[in-house]
Design a protein around this ligand. Structure first.
Ligand SMILES: [Zn+2]
Length: 378
């Protein structure tokens, strides 16, 4: 097990003795701005072009300008160590990311392009996630948020794909289990897309519950269906909530109330990890759902409540998708306010939109079916 030298914490301005310096209940934000230069080597806009350093820079600027970080402790990321990536990934995957970065770029998998800066960006993103996890697991803060990139939830043990290279959340879960005495973890993935990598990594693990709310194609089907419930000793710990495209806020609220909250209460974890993707926002250029920042406030509020009712250590959030840099700010602001138990803020992205009752009705049926399928197994 790799233990990070204390001097690295010091360089990042992180207190040596966590529990004596930060009061309980605080929220911590770990930010990677200025330390993520990875840009996919493309000359024209496409899927990869949306995942760029401006996501972090513009979000941070918004949070600072709107004074959303008042009372929130912030740290810069430091790089993770190779050994930490190996807690989840095969050595050849880790080596190929490093080698391809040294070579200056190339294809590492489906929609996974390397640049000369990929290795350092990916290691900073992982370092930020690890710190977020360690702070929450060590009772230093109630909630922590890693504003980092590139994302991670599509990366499997052996494959980079879908803009993801290292699975930041999965590695952090393994690290805090090994280092901080955490046994049971619930991971909630709210990205627009199915977190296939995280699901695969923990599919047979009875101590890690993976819950994913995602957009699903009920015409062509594919992975991410609700009948994928885990395997062996892990049966019942994988909960997929596949919703129809254009799902509105009300469908996410229903999924939280009817499935996510009761499933986490039954599992009774020590800590909750959130794969915090914001590409279900109605303005996102890649996702096709129809929610706004109110949904992210609601999810955060429910997580804050769960931490109290289930007497957990806390929660840590790691940025995944979310490709409209103008709306990432309001969405993350809403998240931070929900975690602080504040009322839902009225933000600029919340506007009247077409009634999605048809989709909401389809989703109500799906959610009922998922409840009947999953609850006998947990
Ligand atoms: Zn996504």
């Amino acid at each position: 097990m790799y233990i990070r030298p204390l001097k690295e914490y010091k360089e990042a301005g992180i207190p040596k003795k966590f529990d004596s310096t930060l009061p309980q209940g605080t929220i911590t934000l770990i930010d990677q701005s200025g330390r993520d230069k990875h840009v996919a080597p493309f000359l024209k806009p496409n899927l990869e072009a949306f995942e760029n350093p401006e996501r972090i820079e513009m979000t941070l600027q918004y949070l600072e300008e709107t004074k959303s970080l008042e009372g929130i402790r912030t740290f810069k990321t430091t790089q993770a160590a190779r050994e930490e990536a190996l807690l989840v990934h095969k050595p050849y995957l880790v080596q190929s990311v490093e080698l391809m970065s040294e070579l200056g770029g190339g294809v590492l998998g489906e929609s996974a392009w390397a640049s000369e800066n990929l290795w350092s960006s990916a290691m900073h993103a992982l370092g930020g996630a690890l710190l977020a996890g360690e702070l929450a697991a060590s009772d230093t803060c109630r909630h922590s948020f890693a504003l980092v990139r590139p994302p991670g939830h599509h990366a499997t043990t052996s494959s980079s794909m879908g803009l993801c290279f290292f699975n930041n959340v999965a590695i952090t879960v393994r690290k805090i289990q090994a280092q901080n005495g955490i046994k049971k973890v619930s991971i909630l993935d709210i990205d627009d897309h199915f977190g296939n990598g995280t699901s695969e990594i923990f599919y047979e693990d009875p101590n890690v519950q993976f819950i994913s709310i995602h957009e699903y194609d009920y015409i062509n089907y594919g992975i991410g269906h609700y009948r994928e419930m885990g395997h062996g000793r892990g049966l019942g710990t994988n909960i997929n909530i596949p919703l129809h495209p254009e799902s509105p806020d009300s469908s996410y609220k229903l999924a939280m109330d009817k499935i996510v909250v009761p499933a986490i209460e039954r599992f009774n974890p020590d800590i909750i990890a959130i794969s915090a993707g914001y590409d279900a926002h109605f303005t996102d250029p890649i996702g096709e759902m129809a929610v706004d920042s109110k949904t992210y406030w609601y999810i955060a509020s429910m997580i804050e409540r769960l931490i109290g009712t289930c007497k957990m250590n806390g929660s840590f959030w790691v940025l995944e998708g979310g490709y409209n840099p103008l709306t990432l700010g309001p969405c993350i602001r809403a998240t931070l306010e929900g975690l602080q138990d504040k009322p839902c803020p009225e933000l600029e992205d919340q506007e009247e939109r077409d009634d999605e009752e048809g989709v909401a009705k389809l989703n109500r049926r799906i959610i009922k079916r998922i409840m009947n399928t999953i609850f006998p197994f947990i």
